[in-house]
Design a protein around this ligand. Structure first.
Ligand code: G4P
Length: 279
């Protein structure tokens, strides 16, 4: 299964991102806690060089707690301030601003010594599509902002949202392109819905997902659907068992693999099969 995602105007996206990043002190990079590596665009390191950085492991509510703790440790060891966040409930969000301020403490001190009375921290949020940028911005701001399209070159006046007296956020998040370095990263992004569903064949995607789950969380499918199967059962047979169990049978007695696949993918995304981390 070959998954590609290529924005129409990659160069333009990059240029806009560079422009916006040059305006801020702190870059808040959102990763999907379920796949912190596959949802990370490595170009951010060059795009945001010389900037203070905070890594947010977002959707932590959907990810495997133990693995999220390990990922948090991993990024911290790499020298990044790292926070686990659930942008829907708001858990973890209040840690972000104090961290941003502490990262800026030296600069603020320096500027104050030179006579600047007031130095606000300016930040922007970046991440791949669907990682939760708008949700987090809305939660930080405390009201709903209009969602900007995932398009390059959507030019509007730069607007700063003052969240606290000394903390301002660029109102437009930076959209990074996902990095399909290997087939596995592309697949995992597709499982979580980071790639447009319309271009994917759902029974095929569901079968790949079944293979991953059987490997990483061998009881997840069995527990969710109340079915039993051997370790080496083919993925399409597992999909058929799920369909039978749910009663998704077509006229003629065949299981409806499309409907079963859609349900499985949907339930996986909603963490109905448990909190699962794929990286
Ligand atoms: P984006 O701006 O980065 O493209 O992402 P956006 O905020 O639109 O979020 C994408 C989807 O992820 C939304 O769900 C949103 O509700 C969900 N989401 C964002 N942060 C979190 C989180 O921390 N935990 C969980 N569980 N979900 C999160 P959707 O189904 O596409 O939209 P909606 O129907 O919820 O509006």
């Amino acid at each position: 299964m070959n998954i590609q995602w290529y924005p129409g105007h990659m160069t333009k996206t990059r240029r806009m991102m560079e422009e916006n990043i040059s305006l801020v002190d702190v870059v808040i990079e959102l990763l999907d806690a379920r796949l912190p590596l596959s949802s990370k665009n490595p170009d951010i390191d060059s795009l945001a060089r010389n900037k203070k950085r905070i890594i947010i492991l977002n959707k932590a509510d959907l990810a495997d707690d133990k693995k999220t703790a390990l990922w948090e440790k991993y990024f911290k060891e790499q020298g990044f301030e790292t926070v686990q966040v659930d942008s829907i409930s708001g858990k973890g969000i209040k840690e972000i601003m104090p961290i941003a301020r502490s990262l800026m403490a030296e600069k603020i001190e320096r500027l104050k010594k030179r006579g600047r009375i007031f130095v606000p921290v300016r930040a922007m949020i970046v991440g791949i599509p669907n990682v939760g940028k708008s949700t987090l911005i809305n939660k930080l701001v405390g009201r709903n902002m209009a969602k900007t399209g995932d398009k390059a070159g959507v030019t509007r006046g730069k607007q700063w949202i003052r969240i606290k007296k000394d903390f301002e956020l660029l109102d437009t998040p930076g959209i990074l392109w996902p990095k399909f370095e290997d087939e596995a990263a592309g697949l995992k992004l597709a499982f979580t819905g980071a790639v447009n569903d319309d271009i994917l064949d759902s029974p095929e995607l569901a079968c790949r997902l079944i293979e991953y789950l059987n490997d990483l969380y061998p009881s997840a499918i069995k527990d969710r659907y109340g079915i039993e199967y051997e370790e080496n059962t083919a993925a399409h047979d597992v999909l058929r068992l799920i369909g039978e169990k749910r009663g998704f049978i077509r006229k003629g007695g065949e299981t409806d693999s499309k409907r079963t696949a859609d349900i499985l993918i949907d339930e996986f995304r909603g963490a109905k099969l448990g909190r699962i981390t794929l990286d």
